[in-house]
Design a protein around this ligand. Structure first.
Ligand code: ZN
Length: 88
């Protein structure tokens, strides 16, 4: 049988608590980063006025076949590509 002193038991419990808190903190940080990335995935920054908007609300579609999809800026009505280059 393993003999553990009261001092060692308290240290083990405290170490477990610290590991648990750090684990929850890292999970919360990871969740926040993931939510932020997901939120920014649909954002477009207008090249003309700098306005930021979601491409799903103002999508126009590709003007010509083979071109990347475009969306219209709600502020200045400029057409912006919604490809990776215009993503924020
Ligand atoms: Zn604009």
């Amino acid at each position: 049988m393993i003999q553990v002193t009261l001092g060692n038991l308290i240290q083990i419990m405290m170490l477990g608590g610290i590991i648990l808190v750090i684990g929850w903190w890292l999970l919360a940080l990871w969740g926040d980063n993931r939510a932020e990335r997901r939120r920014r995935a649909g954002m477009v920054r207008c090249r003309l006025c700098g306005c930021r908007y979601t491409d799903t609300e103002h999508a126009v579609g590709p003007v010509k076949a083979g071109e990347s999809p475009v969306s219209r800026c709600p502020s200045c009505r400029n057409l912006n590509e919604t490809g990776l280059g215009s993503m924020i």
